[in-house]
Design a protein around this ligand. Structure first.
Ligand SMILES: NC(=O)C1=CN([C@@H]2O[C@H](COP(=O)(O)OP(=O)(O)OC[C@H]3O[C@@H](n4cnc5c(N)ncnc54)[C@H](O)[C@@H]3O)[C@@H](O)[C@H]2O)[C@@H](O)CC1
Ligand SMILES: Nc1ncnc2c1ncn2[C@@H]1O[C@H](COP(=O)(O)OP(=O)(O)O)[C@@H](O)[C@H]1O
Ligand SMILES: [K+]
Length: 502
């Protein structure tokens, strides 16, 4: 699990390393630049011509060191120093002088003096030391970079982006790729600010491990390696009753596919017994397409209006394709007051709660809510930005003792103990109908197997994204459909098992 640190903490980590390794700050800059260049070259074809833009601080110092290392590797480099009339930081000056030993620098006092004539732009204007939004000359330079057709690669952070707050009032480099030092910054994980980062990779620059052990963090990045594979162990003498009884309540006229997707996902995620409660309209398709599922039929033809006998289930997953009939809202109320184990609540079930917010207080503790931003806004109101939304999610999870899964590119899992985990798997190919329904089934199956709700949510989200990444490798982002996630789930589970033996 990676701790997501603030800019201030990262700066302290830097100083701790310099003092305790020990290593001089200029050598640490050199090490960071070497790590950048290694990854850059490993992912670059041929010998592109590179434009580098350096600022006055240590990010600019990295830029000069990177420029020198690229020249030593045989690349043609055009190096710009943006002159804000500020003194260069000590290490930036040293790095600048080293560069002058082998090449020359274009000093840019006005934006029209900027030279961009290569294939790739490396942005080393500002990093984590940005202390105000980029205006004036910085703004004009960023504008020119963003208008350029060259690919832009940011050193540590896109210039103009703050590390741990969402302030988009200045201009910000729109990077295609950000190679960041040691660990991702909080702003990379939030939709509005993460937009500027492009793809990102964190390179190890050997900051002292001792610092991280002691330092507390407000946020974590959950990785595939954090999945405890023993969660999925089966006992030789297990029978189906031992692997959890799931009830999925889903579907309405025209939306029966959602019920199918979540039900099948629950089975693919190891549920021992699965019942799906659906309106009559879905009976034949469900029995035909998913023979492993037992079907409980609602008295109504088009929507769910009544559920009996829920006691026998270990979990209820409710919401996918459910529709908004008021009678279905009554079912929620009945369920929340009669079922005292966790539920997984998604989609229209969340929208129905948004119409009658009193229902929120009836949800059994330890239940998992899986809203996307639209559903979240309907339930809890709009927020100014993604960071504010995450703080709100955290407060609600603690206050209501619920697990809240805020779905997105880096899905956030907020647990009743106040922890926030960002997910690290998944891709934009998953931004397509039905992918969320699959997640409901996965998390429900884990809870039914006796895995606690918080772990079920964190691991479920990670496996779901992992299946999305496997599906992307198989069918590509454009053609990816929710059913491809179902096909990829077996591989994701096999990978969890295999990675344990590495
Ligand atoms: N521990 C780490 O992660 C390491 C960090 N290093 C680099 O050091 C960087 C941080 O360096 P610094 O703290 O010197 O900060 P930066 O280089 O990010 O920027 C600070 C400089 O920019 C000026 N500035 C800030 N905002 C401005 C604005 N809007 N308009 C004009 N000027 C502005 C400041 O006055 C200062 O001169 C990191 O991003 C990284 O690239 C590496 O050199 C080594 C290790
Ligand atoms: N850009 C993205 N990157 C990674 N994962 C994504 C992206 N867009 C969507 N997803 C994931 O796909 C799922 C979509 O769920 P949801 O919005 O509820 O869709 P639906 O209701 O159609 O099933 C979520 O788990 C979300 O995290
Ligand atoms: K930068």
């Amino acid at each position: 699990m990676i701790k997501v640190l603030s800019a201030e903490q990262i700066n302290k980590w830097d100083l701790f390393t310099i003092k305790n390794e020990p290593i001089s700050s200029i050598d640490l800059m050199e090490r960071a630049s070497e790590a950048f260049v290694k990854l850059f070259l490993a992912n670059t074809k041929g010998k592109p011509k590179v434009d580098i833009i350096c600022g006055p601080g240590n990010n600019g110092g990295d830029g000069f060191a990177i420029a020198r290392l690229l020249i030593e590797n045989g690349l043609k480099v055009n190096c710009n120093l943006i002159d804000f009339g500020l003194k260069l930081s000590e290490d930036c000056r040293k790095s600048y002088r080293r560069f002058l030993d082998i090449s020359q620098v274009n000093i840019v006092k006005q934006a029209n003096g900027l030279i961009l004539n290569g294939d790739i732009i490396i942005d080393a204007m500002f990093g984590s030391g940005l202390n105000r939004p980029a205006t004036g000359l910085a703004r004009e330079v960023i504008q020119l970079v963003n208008q350029s057709k060259s690919k832009t690669i940011a050193v540590d952070m896109p210039s103009g982006l703050f590390a741990d707050k969402v302030n988009l009032s200045g201009k910000i480099i729109e990077a295609d790729w950000t190679i960041t030092f040691q660990a991702p910054k909080l702003s990379f994980l939030i939709p509005e600010s993460g937009f500027y980062v492009g793809e990102w990779s964190a390179v190890d620059i050997g900051l002292h491990a001792g610092f991280l052990e002691e330092e507390s963090a407000n946020y974590f990045l959950f990785e595939k390696s954090d999945i405890d594979c023993s969660l999925f162990d089966r006992n030789k003498f297990d029978h189906k009753g031992k692997n959890g009884r799931v009830l999925i309540v889903a579907g309405s006229l025209g939306k029966m596919g959602a019920a199918y997707l979540s039900a099948k996902a629950a089975l693919k995620s190891g549920a021992g017994l699965l019942t799906v409660h659906i309106p009559r309209v879905g009976y034949v398709p469900m029995q035909t397409s998913l023979p492993e599922a037992m079907v409980s039929l609602d008295p109504e033809h088009d929507f769910v209006s009544k559920i009996d006998k829920v006691d026998e289930f270990d979990v209820v997953g409710i919401g996918p394709g459910l529709g908004m009939n008021p009678k279905t809202g009554e079912v929620l109320k009945q369920l929340f007051t009669s079922f005292n184990r966790p539920l997984v609540i998604d989609a229209d079930a969340l929208n129905l709660i948004a119409l009658d917010k009193e229902l929120l207080n009836l949800i059994p503790r330890g239940s998992v809510l899986t809203p996307h931003v639209g559903e979240f806004n309907r339930l809890f109101g709009k927020c100014d930005d993604g960071l504010e939304r995450i703080e709100k999610v955290k407060l609600i999870a603690v206050e209501k003792q619920l697990v809240i899964v805020l779905k997105g590119a880096h899905t956030v899992v907020a647990t009743p103990d106040g922890e926030i985990h960002f997910n690290s798997t998944g891709n934009s190919g998953m931004a397509t109908a039905g992918c969320g329904d699959v997640l409901t089934g996965i998390i429900s199956a884990f809870i039914a197997r006796g895995i606690d709700s918080s772990t079920s949510a964190r691991v479920g989200v990670c496996i779901h994204g992992w299946a999305g990444d496997i599906a992307e490798n198989t069918v590509g982002k454009t053609a990816l459909m929710a059913s491809d996630l179902l096909c990829a789930l077996p591989q994701a589970f096999c990978n969890v098992k295999d990675s344990d033996f590495i």
